[in-house]
Design a protein around this ligand. Structure first.
Ligand SMILES: Nc1ncnc2c1ncn2[C@@H]1O[C@H](COP(=O)(O)OP(=O)(O)O)[C@@H](O)[C@H]1O
Ligand SMILES: O=C(COP(=O)(O)O)[C@@H](O)CO
Length: 589
């Protein structure tokens, strides 16, 4: 149970504030996360990691010399936004380029990818790497779809140690790719985790039972077995990982491996040591030489009672990098040769200049708005009313959306949609107050939604509103056909960004038929309210139909069978939103 919090919506920001206050020797706060207290040495590749809150020490606890140069920190169990990632990377960059590293989750992939594009457009050479070590989340033939769990640590560390040695960006990326290809993890769980403010865990494991193959976000396991002894748990973990060696290894005997026995949050260290005792014995019997083992909480999931084992199969180069010294708040090894940052943590550059960057978690200051026609300003009032209706309907259904998402996902859909829609409405109201046209009101709402929600839906809803804003613009009177055209553009943008198609059990299963129905109805000459009403009815039916589909995209994919009979969370929220917007259109007609 997570007990100590204030406003659950502020948990991530307040935790980060407390972390940076406690660890000024190592880190300093910047908008969107933290960077090292000491400046990145000129020309060194900046390794910037990141992900959702709720996994400490991942990710801010791994910022320090010999490890990451910065960490972008998202809301609870949600990827940081592209704006946050961009801000941290720009603060950490010192001319050597940036390698963005994160766990392989849809939201992270979308937001880190968008941040990489923005950094590159500004002339900062950027590469990305997603850690995909969780062998329970996809088969060896689909390893690129696997989730990132505690394998984050050895892979992040290999790349960061290479950067510390002064290697250029492409070589640091190659190190990350090799370490990632030789790292595999597997986990078990005895209870789910409870998010701040929640009164029940995201999933439960029956008494005297064990969930096999868990995620780090409360995703359910892929199987269930009787509660094991510590030795039996160790045997399950070791034997499962020894069944899948890197392709170039003919067997474990004679190999060297970095070994991490990771506690997910409420398994005590002594319990871990009892399990590790057997893990070490079994690996020894298999002829594996263990190098610098780690036993402890390295990638957690709040109070989840669970354990994961990670093996990184070392070659000489990877062993050198795994053994290399590091000095971060939650991970210290060896001794670094040159003095670290200023002892009291004052951020300094080589010439002693203070490099503190003001923290702006409230988001960018509100810039002025472009000129708009009176017609577009009037339309902006309707857009604002629609976004108010969106925020209200999401807020009233947030718990239901979380329950649906928890069946096969991580249960945070309602939280993310509430954060995003509330921020979008707030940004739209400010833009409207400043006299913005419909297009600018929507584009400001888009940025706010993506920035505050993070996660997959944050990136996707940002692209929906951005496409609509572009279609409506600030000059023309947005008639029914122009609105329908904007929805069609939004549908195309979501499919381009997320790569999903109809039938994959995602929001696309609703967005495409909704856009098609709206286009058809407006082409028949129906007014916007009538056309939207017909399309919203189509959307509602399409969302219900997703209950019969198996997920082929997103986090729900590994639990395909579990989700049969339950609609897709994003599809359901989109259908609710289309109906709520129809109500706003009627009121504002
Ligand atoms: N590639 C994709 N394209 C379109 N929609 C997607 C995709 N992946 C996931 N989704 C949608 O996102 C919803 C989950 O949103 P969210 O809770 O933000 O995800 P996460 O917690 O995985 O970041 C899913 O129910 C689905 O509708
Ligand atoms: O959950 C995380 C990111 O995945 P989303 O797809 O954004 O939910 C985060 O905790 C790990 O980075």
């Amino acid at each position: 149970m997570t007990r100590l919090f204030n406003d659950p919506a502020a948990f991530a920001d307040e935790a980060l504030e407390g972390f940076t206050a406690a660890h000024r020797r190592w880190v300093r706060p910047v908008t969107g996360g933290v960077v090292r207290a000491g400046a990145t040495p000129a020309g060194q590749v900046a390794v910037v990691i990141g992900g959702g809150s709720g996994h400490y020490p991942a990710f801010s606890g791994l910022v320090g010399r010999g490890l990451a140069h910065g960490a972008a920190v998202g809301n609870v169990f949600a990827s940081p936004s592209a704006r946050q990632i961009h801000s941290v990377a720009a603060a950490a960059h010192a001319g050597g380029g940036v390698l963005l590293m994160y766990g392989n989750y849809a939201g992270d992939v979308l937001h880190f990818g968008q941040a990489a594009e923005r950094l590159a457009a500004e002339g900062i050479e950027t590469r990305t790497f997603a850690v995909a070590d969780d062998i329970s989340s996809a088969g060896p033939d689909e390893s690129a779809k696997r989730r990132g769990i505690a394998g984050d640590l050895p892979v992040f560390k290999a790349a960061a140690a290479a950067a510390e040695q002064g290697l250029p960006l492409e070589e640091v990326l190659r190190v990350a790719e090799r370490a990632g290809g030789r790292t595999r993890s597997f986990g078990i769980a005895f209870s789910g985790c409870t998010l701040p403010g929640a009164d029940h865990p995201l999933f439960t494991v029956p008494e005297a039972r064990m969930a096999v193959g868990l995620g780090i976000h409360g995703e359910p396991g892929i199987g269930e077995e009787p509660l094991p002894t510590a030795d039996e748990a160790a045997r399950l973990l070791v034997e499962t990982l020894l069944k899948e060696l890197p392709q170039d290894l003919t067997g474990p005997a004679g190999q060297r491996a970095a070994v991490i026995l990771n506690g997910l949050g409420s398994v005590k260290y002594e319990e871990l040591f009892v399990v590790y005792r057997k893990v070490a014995a079994l690996l020894g019997e298999a002829g594996v030489e263990i190098v610098d083992p780690e036993v402890g909480e390295l990638v957690t999931s709040f109070d989840m009672a669970g354990v994961s084992l990670t093996l990184t199969w070392l070659d000489d180069r990877l062993e050198e990098l795994w053994r290399a010294p590091a000095d971060a708040p939650a991970y210290r090894k060896g001794a670094l040769d040159t003095p670290g940052p200023d002892q009291d943590g004052e951020p300094v550059t080589a010439d002693g200049q203070d490099t503190a960057v003001p923290v702006d978690n409230a988001g960018p200051a509100t810039p002025a708005v472009p000129a708009a026609s009176d017609a577009s300003r009037r339309a902006a009032a309707t857009v604002l009313a629609a976004l108010d209706a969106v925020a209200r309907v999401v807020d009233s259904h947030a718990d239901e959306l979380g329950r649906i998402d928890a069946v096969a996902g991580d249960g945070d859909h309602g939280i993310g949609m509430r954060r995003g829609s509330t921020a979008a409405h707030r940004a739209a109201a400010e833009a409207h107050r400043l006299g913005a046209g419909a297009g600018t009101v929507l584009s400001r709402a888009a940025d706010a939604w993506a920035d505050k929600a993070g996660g997959t839906s944050g990136a996707l809803w940002g692209s929906i509103l951005r496409a609509l804003g572009t279609a409506l613009g600030d000059q023309d009177t947005p008639d029914a056909r122009r609105v329908a055209g904007g929805v069609t553009e939004a549908s195309a943008a979501v499919r381009a960004l997320g790569g999903a198609e109809v039938g994959d059990k995602t929001m696309v299963d609703v967005l495409v038929p909704f856009a098609d129905a709206l286009a058809a109805a407006t082409a028949e000459g129906l007014p916007l309210t009538g056309a939207w009403d017909r399309a919203a009815t189509t959307a509602t039916a399409a969302a219900a139909g997703t209950a019969d589909l198996l997920p082929r995209k997103g986090r729900a994919r590994p639990h395909a069978e579990k989700s049969l009979g339950t609609p897709d969370a994003g599809a359901h929220s989109l259908a609710l939103i289309t109906r709520a917007v129809h109500g706003a259109l009627l009121d504002h007609h």
